[in-house]
Write a new protein. Structure first.
Length: 180
């Protein structure tokens, strides 16, 4: 496994959790590229997806998550450095255009995500500054509270499953295979 994290504090935390975190991606190919809540921070998302595709072996897989629904872009997105949000169909098209096939895109975050997102937008509207490499940690609970987060959100994680294909939710997950 290879992990890349631009924020020094997040990188240090990842290093504690996973013994080896490299500063940069080695010059090799992979079976799977995962990017969770990354693409929305990149100005040229097409170029980034093509670069990720180029790092995959033939028939390799891309798995990514991004925030959903352009119309929901708000203060919290700006606060954490988002450039954009994605629509399910638009994300599928983008993935296909950049060298992947048969993308499967599903939503997540319904219904709890709507309440949490609204609260983040209100809090961000009161705060200062734009996104930085470390802004993704904004409002993250401490590791000591991780158990409480998992316990408190468990019913909602189960409740959201039937809505994965409906377009309801605050996030998208995409899975696609590299074209030959």
């Amino acid at each position: 496994y290879v992990g890349v994290e631009p924020d020094p504090q997040s990188r240090a935390r990842a290093r504690e959790r996973v013994e080896t975190v490299l500063e940069a991606l080695p010059d090799e190919s992979f079976d799977l590229v995962c990017a969770f809540e990354v693409l929305e921070h990149v100005a040229d998302d097409r170029a980034e997806l093509r670069a990720w595709r180029d790092r995959l072996r033939p028939d390799g897989w891309l798995l990514l998550s991004v925030p959903a629904h352009e119309k929901r872009f708000g203060p919290a997105d700006r606060r954490v450095g988002h450039v954009r949000r994605y629509e399910p169909g638009g994300l599928a098209e983008l993935v296909t255009e950049t060298g992947f096939e048969h993308p499967r895109v599903v939503t997540y975050g319904f219904p709890l995500g709507y309440a949490l997102e609204a609260a983040r937008h209100v809090l961000a509207g009161r705060g200062e500054g734009e996104g930085t490499a470390g802004s993704g940690r904004w409002l993250q609970p401490s590791d000591r509270l991780g158990w409480a987060t998992r316990l408190g959100t468990a019913p909602f994680r189960l409740l959201q499953r039937p809505f994965a294909g409906t377009g309801l939710g605050t996030g998208l997950v995409a899975l696609a295979r590299r074209t030959a």
